[in-house]
Design a protein around this ligand. Structure first.
Ligand code: FE2
Length: 367
């Protein structure tokens, strides 16, 4: 049977190679997350029931391969067999969406400051955004959510050595690869000061600076999403806001907390957003998440502060209204978040299949 690995499909999409991705999952599963640009045919039940006509109605281009996708890569095999029998060059995505969870792509972030390069490294399915900053052959990585090799290869490709690894906060939606990346590269691991993690790190407190070539990164403590949440301002050109401020929403203040704590954190978040709002109007806001799976289009998920001021100003016009808004509009908690937080606090990436824990969409934002 023709199977294609997630890494190969990633390469095809990254190279803009013509391919039709056919997602055969249920509407509900599809609604959670999907491969950008994929065609959805809700044929799951029909395929499971062995109905040979399950994909009869489907008109697909014949001049390119078809990759069928389901949750774990079994039903998609049946779909690929049916399409092969109809003469298509059909492949089944091995491991399904679970395997796709680690697929990634990159986008260069254009900055007015030409002495620093910023690459947004996107874990497409979950929408996790990490960053590789480079200046004078040195690099640092913020919020790595992909295996260390991804960042090592990107750095090697551009002749960079990774000197620092930073986190904006203790993450609840994905397993942090920061400690592992720092160990593998010999880089210094910098985290916001806090007592949560059980491993050694170098604290970077509010107002402290980090120099990388011509790039100066300054820590801005922006609590609310979590107490330690910190944003990092790069020169005058960009600010890495973690899960505090997104391009279309703000961080959720609730995980692991009772209602009183949630309201307290929402108050902190209000103050943090007000603080960020006072940065230069043309500064680029670079968050740690997108709310949708990220296309292989090379376009960064970013916004100038003045581009998001429209909704942000309305949100932070009144503290009581803001608290009401973010506490009454909370999305369901991310899957397995308690376990993920526990592992991130311990500094462990389980040696087995991490994607089991991390499966599903990202739910870090309130919108
Ligand atoms: Fe988060």
């Amino acid at each position: 049977m023709n199977k294609i690995e997630a890494a190969t499909l990633r390469d095809w999409l990254d190279a803009q190679q013509p391919v039709t991705v056919v997602d055969v999952r249920t509407d509900e599963e599809r609604g959670q997350w999907a491969i950008p640009g994929s065609v959805h045919i809700n044929a799951y039940e029909a395929l499971r029931a062995g109905q040979p006509g399950a994909l009869d109605e489907v008109a697909l281009p014949r001049d390119r391969p078809v990759v069928t996708v389901c949750g774990a890569g079994r039903t998609s095999q049946t779909a690929a067999e049916i399409l092969s029998a109809r003469g298509f060059d059909a492949w089944s995505l091995a491991g399904g969406m679970k395997a796709w969870s680690l697929a990634w792509n990159t986008a260069d972030v254009p900055l007015a400051d030409g002495t620093v390069r910023v690459i947004q490294v996107r874990r497409t399915g979950k929408g996790c955004l990490s960053y590789l900053l480079a200046s004078s052959n040195e690099a640092l990585v913020i919020d790595p959510s992909l295996p260390a090799d991804v960042y090592l290869d990107l750095a090697r490709h551009d002749g960079l050595s990774i000197r620092y690894v930073l986190e904006t906060h203790v993450h609840a939606d994905h397993l942090s690869r920061a400690r592992d990346l720092a160990t593998k590269t010999g880089a210094t691991l910098l985290l916001p000061p806090q007592q949560r993690v059980k491993f050694a790190f170098t604290p970077l407190a509010d107002g402290q600076r980090l120099q990388l070539g011509s790039a100066t990164l300054r820590a801005i403590h922006t609590p609310g999403h979590t107490n330690e949440s910190t944003s990092y301002r790069l020169n005058e050109s960009a600010v890495f806001t973690g899960d505090t401020l997104f391009t279309n929403g703000v961080g959720r203040p609730d995980l692991h907390a009772d209602l009183q704590t949630i309201r307290q954190r929402a108050g902190l978040l209000f103050a943090s957003l007000t603080r960020l709002r006072h940065l230069r109007a043309d500064i680029s806001v670079l968050p740690a998440h997108a709310s949708e799976p990220i296309a292989f289009d090379g376009r960064p998920i970013a916004a100038k502060l003045n581009e998001i001021a429209g909704w942000l100003d309305e949100w932070i016009a009144s503290e009581p209204n803001f608290i009401e808004r973010v506490t009454s509009n909370l999305p369901p908690a991310p899957a397995n978040f308690s376990r993920i937080v526990e592992l991130n606090e311990a500094g462990d990436v389980p040696s087995g299949d991490a994607t089991d824990l991390e499966a599903g969409a990202n739910r870090c934002a309130v919108r």
